[in-house]
Design a protein around this ligand. Sequence first.
Ligand code: ADP
Ligand code: MG
Length: 604
Amino acid sequence: MDIIHLLPDSVANQIAAGEVIQRPASCLKELVENSLDAGATRVQIIVRDAGRTLLQVIDDGIGMSEMDARLAFERHATSKIREAKDLFSLRTMGFRGEALASICAVAQVEMTTRRTEDETGTLLEIHGSDVVRQEVCSCPKGTNIKVSNLFFNVPVRRKFLKTDQTELRNLLNEFYHIVLVYPKVAFTFVHNDEILLELPVGTEKQRIEAIFGNPKRNVYTSNFVDLNTETDLVSIRGFVIKPESATRKAEQYFFVNGRYMRHPYFLKAVQTAYSGMLTSDYQPSFFIYFDIDPEAIDVNIHPTKTEIKFADEQAIFQILMASVREALGKFTLAPQIDFDTSGTIDIPLPTDKPVEQPQVSVDPHYNPFHTRGAIYPNQPTPKNWESLYDGLKNERPQSGINDAAQLLNDGMLRPLDAEQAPMWQYGGKYIFMPSAEGLLLIHPRRAHIAVLYAQFIEQLAHTQGAMQQLLFPEVIALQPDEMVLMNNLLPDLRAIGFDLEQLSPDSFSIQGIPSQLANQSPLPVLQNILHQVRSRGADTQQEWREQIALSLAESAAIPFGKVLGDAEMHDIVTRLIALPSYRHLKDGKTIVSLVTDEELAKRF
Ligand code: ADP
Ligand code: MG
């Protein structure tokens, strides 16, 4: 008996669909790209439940004839290429003729479509590749595709979907990738009956402002300078952020011939152009559009891949870097900057001066290491910030058998009494401290982050963050995807000591912040949290809390390079080695490093 057979189309399509349509965002991308390929000037997107139940795209493009409407859902049916060689000179977004076939294999699709020249349109309904209805209908010119119950027949894929807010964020990101290159097309994005984005026709800059800034004020794009370079090989245009306006939260977009792309190598070129201009862990925002002969790139890797191969990457790297430098050079006020240093620099801090006492306001009763702290709102503030560490002597962790075992487990330290041990800070940077195995080198900022992190986690778990009311509440404006995030984080943010009140559909007022951060400006602290949760893809409450705690700890911790007083140094280290795990931060960065006696001996 023969055992080889052809898979029925519906099964083959489902398998292929898994590649093309992985989540609602990939489905949206395909549908919107089709609308743009069809010459639409206006595209409406209607989404329900982050695309699980409904993804609808309505366009005013060329529409399809009755015959084409039916053919469009067949695999490898496309109006966009005819021969294999066409693949190398693509100017349209789609070309494989796979998207609609894949979508209708894993969803319930209803489409109406009409060409301008036709009196009547076509209605087509397909459930899991089966055509259940095809009839003549009356409908506006253009195409209206409704994709319902995505993955209704593929439970595994359905289960694979993330939370609604993650899928919605993915949808919006995919949407941004497209709309940023089509400013001459109007878009609306509606989610659960709420208009999240209304993008009128405009310039690229106006489009960027409409998404990331505020179209009425143009404040966002005023932070950018123009980029413009023409060479025989490539033309590069766009906008790059002024170094002084950079933040941790960066919007980084590359496009090539009207397509979004990720390109780590080119990203490096941009970062290199900024080197020496940005504070450490700040990132440049940019929107850079490449135009290049389609034959010099290969987009035919995979429909879902956003990586694109260039024939001449090294040359483009150089052109891009020079172009960004030139744009920045025109506007930067620091011509002495050495462009050839690579990497970013740490916050410059005096390292060789005697202990300085910055004038900051803190709650005198607040103990940063007190894990069961009470709430002390509105206390008068002392001038001496070191009082932050007052009271620690009484709060020292109990060193007992468990701690000792833990220290041994950590494989480095024998139990030692950090409070009594001699310590010395070298050059205002690392702390040196003897231990039974050798010399310990401790990174003070990271140590402080670890200590604060543990404390914030504890406070989040017990809803007992202490709050400092702000004299002057600040307003944080949020993009739609950040708004989704904010609403998820709100209970935890309040638990840790933020006093937040929604002002409008896209803004909150910050009226109080966790008292450990009382000396910080609230806006960047909060923006940083949102950025971290978003960029590290935290999905569950547990993950959010970790990111909130980490972000707050990073904001509140002493800067690297700060000269520490003796008591302060001892307190941080004592607290540090009382933690269950203290050698590394969660992201793997080393806090404590050991130079053994043998290593020392070898040096002599
Ligand atoms: P591809 O875009 O790769 O050609 P698709 O499966 O996405 O493949 O679409 C198949 C064909 O259906 C397209 O080539 C196009 O002719 C037609 N089509 C799809 N969507 C639209 C639309 N919104 N308006 C007009 N024609 C469309
Ligand atoms: Mg397509």
